[in-house]
Design a binder for this molecule. Structure first.
Ligand code: NAD
Length: 458
């Protein structure tokens, strides 16, 4: 990375506000150099026999597994996320490399019956792909892109967020040690506005996979469209957690805090609107208050911690703005005093779906509880948003669960659970939550181009 860079980027630890590291900050020329290295590495990487590419990805997975505890600690310190969460995320990084290591030998084509010969399809790699990720799940979101991109025979330039570059830098190093050839994976640590836009606009980059805010995603899409560059976007969310009166309310209330306060609410899948059927509202709020009070907010490095601080002072100020103007605070959890960008879990009730807090992605530990009457209104409210990323449905009525799941315009839903992200299943958004899918078998479609070949046999 950044051989000529002289400017240093100060990386903070959000739980202490102290400096974690200073790393060279890449400039536009460094992005150009990385793209040139990736371009030079592409012909040999795509030509590698599929089994050898698969083995190299397995070696990367094993090397990450060996370093898992150190990587988790680095991520926990840099993002301020609990160690237990960071360990889970590094585990998913390993799984992603293992899962997509199965892909090089399974990128099947088809034969299509035609007159006069044989018609067949191939999945060809795109070339150099630009991968841009945010600060909330730095290494995990990078792996969701790097693993399928390399598996399909592309080479990559990865740009982590300026606030959280540490584990991406480690990934580049680990990849090299594990045997990835020079130039196959290049990490560029630099500002989005200059270095990020350079990658998006660069003529030698064939595709951009971007995860971040909807606002920046729109800009990325607009710049990429000038050269009809392939783009996948994983953007913001305002997901609904829909609780019907016939649900197991104890389970729903026990699961609700981590569905929105996990990662201190800085999660694109955060169920930041809880829609509760009015007849169950009082009972649900009683149970929910207990589970929020039990949430352990504190030092990310303490084993028992469930929620850490926000990423920055700026993010905390933004989150706090949703509590101005007499927001209906029902109850709050705890948070430490002293240094660190702390913000207590906060529950607002009753909220109208037209209120700002119900329309905008807060990206912090603030949840809006919105009462509803009947299935029709639940669906209408859940869909009354520009977003469509995630969500949950709680009911004991299986037919209703399926009716509502089919009616909600969102990419990833869970019924009687909050778990919706797995390496083996597709993830992505409807509406302004994104374009394309990551993970699962469908991810590879977005890292390859479909080619059709006809061989005349007459
Ligand atoms: P962001 O959009 O500000 O930044 C994301 C990345 O884009 C960073 O690396 C940044 O440097 C870069 N960037 C910024 N401006 C750019 C530009 N003009 N051109 C190219 N790159 C640019 O987002 P953030 O604040 O880091 O992350 C929070 C957002 O990410 C939230 O909106 C959240 O919902 C979203 N997110 C989405 C998913 C998902 O899978 N849908 C997952 C996690 C986070």
């Amino acid at each position: 990375m950044a051989p000529g860079a002289t400017q240093l980027l100060r990386v903070l630890e959000p739980a202490t506000e102290e400096t974690l590291a200073e790393v060279p900050e890449a400039q536009v020329e460094d992005a150009d150099d990385s793209i040139a290295r990736a371009k030079a590495a592409f012909p040999a990487w795509r030509a590698l026999p599929p089994g050898e590419r698969a083995d190299l990805l397995r070696q990367v997975a094993a090397a990450i597994e060996d370093d898992a505890e150190d990587l988790a600690r680095l991520e926990a310190r840099n993002v301020g996320k609990p160690m237990a969460d960071a360990r889970g995320e590094i585990g998913m990084v390993v799984q992603a490399f293992k899962y997509f290591a199965g892909a090089p030998e399974r990128l099947f084509g088809e034969t299509i019956p035609v007159a006069g010969g044989v018609d067949m399809t191939f999945r060809e790699p795109l070339g150099v792909v630009g991968l841009i990720v945010p600060w909330n799940f730095p290494l995990m979101l990078a792996a969701w892109k790097v693993a399928p991109a390399l598996a399909a025979g592309n080479t990559a330039v990865l740009k982590p967020a300026e606030l959280t570059p540490m584990t991406a830098i480690e990934l580049e190093r680990i990849g090299r040690v594990a045997g990835l050839p020079e130039g196959v994976l290049n990490v560029v640590v630099g500002p989005g506005r200059s270095v990020g836009e350079r990658i998006v606009g660069h003529p030698d980059v064939a595709k951009i996979a971007f995860t971040g805010s909807t606002e920046v995603g729109r800009r990325v899409g607009a710049i990429a469209s000038a050269s009809i560059k392939r783009v996948t976007l994983e953007l913001g969310g305002k997901s609904a957690n829909v609780v019907f009166a016939d649900a197991d309310l104890e389970r729903a209330a026990l699961a609700a805090p981590m569905a929105v306060f996990g990662n201190a609410g800085q999660d694109c899948c955060a169920r930041s609107r809880i829609l509760v059927e009015r007849s169950a509202l009082d009972r649900f709020m009683e149970l929910f208050e207990k589970s929020v009070a039990a949430l352990r907010v504190g030092d990310p490095l303490a084993e028992e911690t469930q929620m850490g601080p926000l990423i920055s002072a700026e993010q905390r100020a933004k989150v706090a703005s949703y509590l101005e103007d007499g927001a209906p605070v029902a109850f709050r959890g705890s948070s430490p005093e002293g240094p660190g960008f702390w913000f207590p879990p906060t529950v607002l009730c009753p909220v109208s779906n037209d209120d700002r807090v119900a329309r905008e992605e807060v990206f912090g530990p603030v949840v809006a509880v919105i009462p509803f009457d009947g299935e029709g209104e639940a669906i209408r409210l859940a869909n009354d948003t520009i977003y469509g990323l995630s969500g949950s449905i709680w009911t004991r009525d299986g037919a209703r669960a399926m009716r509502v799941a089919r009616a909600i315009e969102t990419g990833t839903l869970s019924i009687n659970s909050n778990t919706s992200v797995r390496v083996t299943t597709p993830f992505g958004g409807f509406k302004q939550s994104g374009l394309g899918r990551e993970l699962g078998p469908h991810a590879l479609e977005h890292y390859t181009e479909l080619k059709n070949v006809f061989l005349a046999t007459g």
